[in-house]
Design a protein around this ligand. Structure first.
Ligand code: ASP
Length: 432
């Protein structure tokens, strides 16, 4: 009897075929306008973008209902504050560890020393101004919640929904009735996630095919030094730092954790967006890792918005790389500034593709590196973005597990069960 192939396996296969198709087109069909017009910029683009839209479509309603359930599930404002502070501190700490690791390794390996600037690279890069830091904080409070929802501004949505849910807790019976409704809506939204996931193999195939048709694997060659140092740091942080944190703080087996995270990794990698991946991360963390909704509903969207370890790593390595390329000496104070700025940039970076690079301008400004240097790393950024987004969401899930352990809201039985939450098609769990 053939066991039905899980959706994750299908997505992985689609991803690999998409990657190969795209790379082949990049190698052999770059000048064939028919292929470019009808496939790369036609079919691949349309289906891929529609798929990302369908994921983004889930984020706002899912986070809203799930967060209401989470806050009401915690039931106590003091506990909510404690969970919030723990998550926030851990998010900042892991980002600080990430950037320190990146700076250490980049200084050791010194990518970019003696780098010959290839003609045409970067000269045309125009840096978009990074938002002033003060705005990042002011804008946490929405002046108009409807606008926040319409724009999908996560921090503002989180702020308003938490306030709303706290008010629900404080209004007794009325609040309790609403909680029941929110729970039902949350259940339905989770089902919508499963429905969208059924199309994921197709979506992921086209996304990968489009990206690699345009990027091609060969593009990384001139930048191989920078590229490899970023990847090395991402892997060390992803496999090393997080594993240690999981073992010592969450008392969990990192191998089981990584295996169960696979669907979320695949989505993060192919969409390069922590935000668009929120529905999958939430589902994985709750249904496969066993974290209760009362913790995950809060920490996952928060992490996807403010916690970007992978991005901070890219920024650390990029800073050392560009300083080397332009032969600019950075001192201790500069490095400390870089650590601080990267943490702030990580908070300010929205979980969408490419924003990490825009925020890098803020870091460069602060230590006096030429902004146009960003143009040099632009070419390989999309590929790095995919990998760092996977690391970003791994950080969110790791911190979620640590907080859940300390709050005793993780179910070890679910975590240990290899079949828990395995996402297959047409699986219709009926509750109660
Ligand atoms: N794409 C990243 C994310 O969504 C952010 C970035 O580094 O650009 O997590």
């Amino acid at each position: 009897m053939n066991k039905k192939m899980s959706i994750t396996t299908k997505i992985l296969i689609a991803m690999a075929i998409g990657l190969m198709t795209g790379s082949l087109i990049n190698l052999f069909a770059q000048d064939i306008s028919f292929v470019q017009t009808y496939f790369v910029n036609g079919l691949f683009h349309v289906v891929g973008a529609a798929f990302v839209n369908s994921l983004k479509m889930l984020v706002v309603p899912l986070v809203t209902f799930s967060l209401i359930c989470g806050v009401c599930g915690i039931g106590d404002v003091a506990v909510l504050g404690r969970v919030g502070i723990k998550a926030f501190v851990l998010y900042i700490l892991t980002t600080a560890m990430a950037i320190t690791l990146a700076l250490g390794l980049a200084l050791l390996i010194a990518p970019g020393e003696g780098f010959e600037q290839a003609a045409g690279t970067g000269a045309d890069f125009v840096a978009k101004p990074a938002p002033p830091l003060t705005d990042v904080f002011i804008n946490i409070v929405p002046s108009n919640p409807v606008n926040a929802f319409a724009e999908g501004n996560m921090l503002q949505i989180i702020f308003f929904v938490i306030l709303f849910a706290i008010a629900m807790l404080m209004t007794g019976d009325i609040g309790r009735q609403l909680t029941k409704t929110a729970e039902n809506l949350n259940e339905v939204m989770m089902k919508v996630v499963t429905l969208v996931m059924d199309f994921a193999p197709i979506g992921v195939f086209f996304l990968m095919a489009k990206t690699f048709s345009i990027q091609g694997i060969g593009l990384i060659m001139p930048m191989i030094g920078y590229f490899s140092v970023v990847i090395l740091c991402l892997l060390l942080h992803g496999l090393g730092t997080f594993s240690l944190l999981l073992i010592f703080l969450a008392k969990l087996n990192p191998l089981v954790f990584l295996k169960k995270m696979r669907p979320a990794h695949v989505f993060a990698f192919s969409t390069a967006s922590s935000n668009a991946t929120i529905p999958v991360t939430l589902q994985v963390v709750e249904k496969r890792l066993g974290v209760d909704n009362s913790t995950a509903a809060f920490t996952v969207p928060l992490g996807a918005t403010i916690n970007m370890d992978g991005t901070a790593i890219m920024q650390g390595v990029a800073t050392v790389f560009i300083a080397n390329v332009y032969a600019i000496d950075l001192g201790l104070v500069d490095y400390i500034t870089i650590i601080g700025m990267s943490i702030l940039a990580s908070i300010g970076t929205a979980g969408v593709p490419g924003v990490g690079l825009i925020m890098l301008a803020m870091v460069f400004n602060q230590v006096g590196l030429p902004i146009e240097g960003i143009g040099l790393i632009l070419g390989v950024d999309r590929l790095l973005d995919m990998v760092r987004t996977a690391i970003n969401i791994t950080g969110d899930a790791t911190v979620t597990c640590i907080v859940a352990r300390s709050e005793q809201t993780i179910d070890d039985k679910i975590f240990q069960n290899p079949d828990a939450g395995v996402i297959t098609e047409i699986e219709l769990p009926h509750k109660g």
